[in-house]
Design a binder for this molecule. Structure first.
Ligand SMILES: NC(=O)c1ccc[n+]([C@@H]2O[C@H](COP(=O)([O-])OP(=O)(O)OC[C@H]3O[C@@H](n4cnc5c(N)ncnc54)[C@H](OP(=O)(O)O)[C@@H]3O)[C@@H](O)[C@H]2O)c1
Length: 236
C-alpha cells in the first residue's frame, strides 16, 4: 500500500498498540489519521490526528464514523479486550459476550461500513489485529479471548477473498505478549508495541497479507503443522 497522502482510521487509538499505530503511520507519511476512542477527549492533540468518537460495539458510532470519514483508505481494527474468566464457569458468558462484541462483531461492522469507502478511494487496506492466541489456547489462559481472535482470523481470511476484486488488501497481524495495559502484571518477556506497529506498517507498505510481528508468533505459526495447539506450552 502506498501511504503518501493517504488517510487512516485506527480503533482503540488512545493507548497501547493503537497509540503506537498513530506514531508509526504518521512517520510513514499518512496525511490524516482518525483516532477512534470511546473517550476521544483523552487523546493527545497531534498534527494530522483527528479524534473520533468510536465505541466499536456501538452500531450508531460506527455508522457515524462511516458518514464522517469518507476519505479513509486504511482501516486498522486494533481495539480489543480480554477477560481471564474460567471457561468452565457459567459466569464466563457475560465477559465472553463483551469480548465477542468488541473483538469480532465490532471489526466486522467496521469492515462492512468501510469496504465501500475503501473501494471508492482506490482499494486501500484493512489490518485486523489478532494474536498468537488465535492459534493456541494456553493452559489457564484467556480461552474466550482466544476464541474471539480465532473467529476474527477466519473472517479475515474470508474477507480477504471477498474484497480482492475491489483491490483491498486484508491483512492479519499476529503477535505474542506486548508491553501494554492488557498484560500489566504479567511477569513474562514482552515486546514493545511501537516495534510491533512499525513492523506492521512496513509490512502493509509491502502488501503482506499476514504479519508475524515477533519470534513467538513466528515459532507458533511454524509449529502449527506439528500440532502445537494440541499440547501448547505452559505459561510462566
Ligand atoms: N497486549 C498484548 O500482549 C496483545 C497481544 C496480542 C494481541 N493484542 C491485541 O492488540 C490490540 C491492542 O491491545 P493493547 O495491548 O494495546 O491493549 P490495551 O492497552 O488494553 O488497549 C486496548 C484498546 O482497545 C480499546 N477498546 C476496548 N474496548 C473498546 C470498544 N468497545 N470500543 C473502542 N475501543 C475499545 C481501549 O479503549 P479504552 O481506553 O476506552 O478502554 C484501548 O484503547 C487488541 O486487539 C489486543 O487483543 C494484544
Amino acid at each position: 500500500m502506498n501511504f503518501d497522502n493517504s488517510v487512516a482510521l485506527v480503533t482503540g487509538a488512545n493507548r497501547g498498540l493503537g497509540a503506537a499505530f498513530l506514531r508509526s503511520l504518521r512517520a510513514a507519511g499518512v496525511r490524516k489519521i482518525y483516532a477512534g476512542a470511546r473517550d476521544p477527549s483523552k487523546l493527545e492533540r497531534t498534527e494530522g490526528v483527528v479524534p473520533l468518537q468510536l465505541d466499536v460495539t456501538s452500531a450508531r458510532d460506527v455508522a457515524e464514523a462511516g458518514a464522517a470519514c469518507g476519505d479513509v483508505s486504511l482501516l486498522v481494527n486494533n481495539a480489543g479486550t480480554v477477560s481471564y474468566s474460567n471457561v468452565l464457569d457459567h459466569s464466563v458468558l457475560r465477559p465472553f459476550q463483551t469480548e465477542w462484541e468488541t473483538n469480532v462483531l465490532g471489526p466486522l461492522r467496521l469492515i462492512q461500513t468501510f469496504a465501500p469507502i475503501l473501494a471508492k478511494n482506490g482499494g486501500g487496506a484493512i489490518l485486523n489485529v489478532l494474536s498468537v492466541l488465535t492459534w493456541i489456547s494456553l493452559p489457564g489462559g484467556p480461552a474466550t479471548y482466544s476464541a474471539t481472535k480465532a473467529a476474527l482470523w477466519s473472517l479475515t481470511n474470508s474477507l480477504r477473498t471477498e474484497l480482492k476484486a475491489q483491490g483491498t488488501l486484508v491483512s492479519a497481524l499476529h503477535v505474542g505478549l506486548m508491553d501494554t495495559d492488557m498484560t500489566r502484571g504479567m511477569q513474562m518477556p514482552k515486546v514493545d508495541p511501537q516495534d510491533v506497529a512499525n513492523s506492521a506498517v512496513a509490512a502493509l507498505r509491502a502488501g503482506e497479507a499476514e504479519i508475524l510481528a515477533d519470534d513467538v508468533s513466528r515459532q507458533v505459526k511454524h509449529a502449527l503443522s506439528s500440532g502445537v495447539y494440541l499440547s501448547p506450552p505452559r505459561q510462566g
